[in-house]
Design a protein around this ligand. Structure first.
Ligand SMILES: Nc1ncnc2c1ncn2[C@@H]1O[C@H](COP(=O)(O)OP(=O)(O)OP(=O)(O)O)[C@@H](O)[C@H]1O
Length: 572
């Protein structure tokens, strides 16, 4: 995290400025020529450059440079107290209010809503008799007034994260509440808290200065506010008295705000981004590749390279020099171990790689049209119409807020432009065709009301609705149980015959490959190692890795006694 922050020019510059200012402040007792309150009546309103008074002296003959240096310390202490109290109170209440039961949630919410209604600066002025004018006590109270900002951030993040599967997994693995909060929840809120703390430090400094400007607090304490107030009174006699503290206060608060912005860019930008449809993909490749493919090829992938930036910005290729082609009506199986690059290859064809992905080389031609470099609008004309997609996890591809029918109708209307009534008829017929026994009921159901197998049938119905020329199926049966897998497989086989679609089938499942694929491409660590028709790949695999994959198929009739086969570079 620190490496990332320091590599950002804005963060590095503002951090350096703040470090220099606050170190000078800390050294004030050693380097300041005078005490902050040492007055010399002979030096009243001494101009800039007076010997011993480089920035001049104020209306009481006090050295402005010395007071500035000591004021930095007052600002630092104010920021430290205000921010620490806000973070401690806000984080604790946010964790408790977000994680525990409804009563605790309502109680903390009510308390913090009440806190937010209090008039901040006015309250601090009113409480002066309580604080005795001590700016530290004032900043302590101000920390409570800042806490709702942190509380809201933490509470919302906790509410979002507490029902995640990994938090459930931690719970069932026996971790106590505080371990879960510390390990799984606090790590999520850390970034946003750091960002908010930077902004709050600036707010605390400005508020303390504002109070001092108004004369709230001890006159003995050197502070930017008190200096600005004194300079203000002398504005026409000695304008620079007003300039120096204003300038330094401006530099400190601007640096804190810019630092907060830079932290937000670096820390929030570092969160893993989900795959986004329509986010476009960055292509740095020259997409012109000699077209030596057979004219009947529907999809031709040539020399495809996909990379992701590593921690220090270097590109790591996860797909290299991939060549594939699929003819009209052909079913091509793309097999390989987990992480070999199958899904990346499929996603690049659909134009849905994550935004950080970079296509480093190659070309993807679909029906003689180059797909790489198309913008989202151009891709939208192809996706869902001519190229359709069936995902691995059907449930996560259906929006839980809408009924199944409404989601399918939306897709059909976008692809075909038919009326709502026609689209409904078509969807009901498709659901029926895809083996859903009560299409009307499924049409009116929410995703959580149907089973995984039904959800996959729904998505298959949606995918084939526009009679696409190419279907990309990413492990379409993996998330389903064995009997449902067989039914879905039957359905796919029937639909392929009926619609004469080409299919790119990404799978681990050799049974599925043997059943419906005409040809197979085998991928290993980002490269295609073997391509051939299904029969010859099964009968006589040429590559050692293909043999290893085939040898790993479980045989139901034989009890395996041999040790697992391995090849260099393959993971188990
Ligand atoms: N957003 C990402 N950032 C960095 N690397 C990524 C990202 N997405 C995928 N990869 C890497 O790309 C490689 C190929 O991933 P891909 O999902 O294509 O594998 P796969 O063969 O489909 O695996 P599986 O069968 O498990 O889905 C993996 O090493 C993975 O770590």
């Amino acid at each position: 995290m620190w490496q990332k922050i320091l590599r950002d020019p804005q963060a590095a510059t503002t951090l350096s400025i703040l470090a220099v200012v606050f170190v000078l402040g800390a050294l004030a007792p050693l380097i300041a020529p005078h005490g902050p309150n040492d007055a010399d009546l002979g030096m009243v309103n001494a101009p800039v450059g007076t010997p011993g008074y480089p920035l001049g002296a104020d209306e009481s003959g006090r050295d402005i440079l010395s007071r500035l240096l000591h004021s930095v310390n007052t600002a630092a202490v104010s920021a430290l107290i205000g921010t620490s109290v806000a973070v401690a109170v806000g984080v604790t209440a946010g964790l408790v209010g977000g994680y525990f039961n409804r009563v605790t949630q309502s109680l903390t919410e009510w308390l913090f809503a009440l806190l937010m209604t209090l008039p901040g600066v006015l309250l601090l002025v009113i409480l002066m008799p309580v604080t005795g004018g001590d700016y530290r006590a004032t900043m302590f109270i101000f920390g409570f007034l800042l806490a709702p900002g942190i509380y809201r951030i933490v509470r919302n993040l906790v509410l979002a994260v507490k029902n995640e599967l990994y938090v459930d997994a931690a719970r069932v693995s026996g971790l106590g509440t505080f371990r879960i909060l510390g390990r799984h929840v606090l790590s999520i809120v850390r970034g946003p808290i750091i960002i908010a703390a930077a902004f709050m430090a600036g707010t605390a400094i400005v508020t303390q200065s504002g109070l001092a400007f108004l004369g709230v607090g001890s006159l003995e304490i050197p502070s930017f506010g008190a200096m600005i107030s004194s300079g203000f009174r002398n504005l026409y006699i000695a304008p620079t008295q007003f300039l120096w503290p204003s300038l330094l206060l401006g530099v400190i608060t601007a640096s804190l705000v810019l630092l907060g912005n830079a932290l937000r860019d670096t820390l929030e930008g570092s969160k893993p981004k989900p795959v986004k449809v329509g986010s476009g993909q960055r292509v740095v490749a020259t997409t012109h590749v000699p077209d030596d493919e057979a004219p009947e090829a529907l999809l031709t992938i040539r020399d495809l390279g996909i990379a992701y930036p590593g921690v220090s910005g270097e590109l790591n290729e996860v797909v290299r020099g991939v060549n594939l082609s699929i003819a009209q009506g052909e079913v091509l199986g793309l097999v390989g171990e987990s992480g070999s690059g199958k899904s990346q290859t499929a996603f690049s064809t659909l134009g849905v790689l994550p935004p950080e992905a970079v296509i480093t080389s190659g070309s993807i031609r679909f029906q003689d049209r180059e797909m790489l470099g198309l913008n989202d609008q151009q891709l939208a004309g192809v996706r869902g119409r001519e190229i359709a997609y069936i995902p691995q996890e059907p449930m996560s591809n259906l929006d839980p807020s809408f009924r199944v029918g409404a989601q399918l109708v939306e897709g059909v209307r976008a692809a075909t432009g038919t009326s709502k009534a026609d689209a409904r008829e078509r969807v009901l017929a498709l659901l029926d065709r895809c083996g859903i026994s009560d299409p009307e009921r499924t049409y009116d159901s929410y995703p959580h009301e149907i089973s995984g197998g039904m959800a996959q049938r729904v998505l298959i119905a949606g995918a084939v609705a526009s009679r696409p020329k190419l279907l990309i199926a990413d492990e379409p049966t993996t998330a389903l149980d064995v009997t449902v897998q067989a039914e879905i497989l039957d359905l796919l086989r029937d639909l392929l015959e009926e619609l004469d679609m080409a299919v790119l089938l990404v799978t681990h499942n050799f049974g599925l490959v043997a059943d419906i694929c005409d040809r197979v491409a085998v991928m290993k660590t980002g490269e295609i190692v073997e391509v051939g028709d299904t029969e010859s790949i099964f009968a006589a695999p040429r590559h050692e890795y293909t043999r290893m994959l085939l040898d790993s198929i479980l045989d139901e009739d034989t009890v395996r006694t041999d040790p697992p086969t391995t090849v260099e570079g393959a993971t188990s």
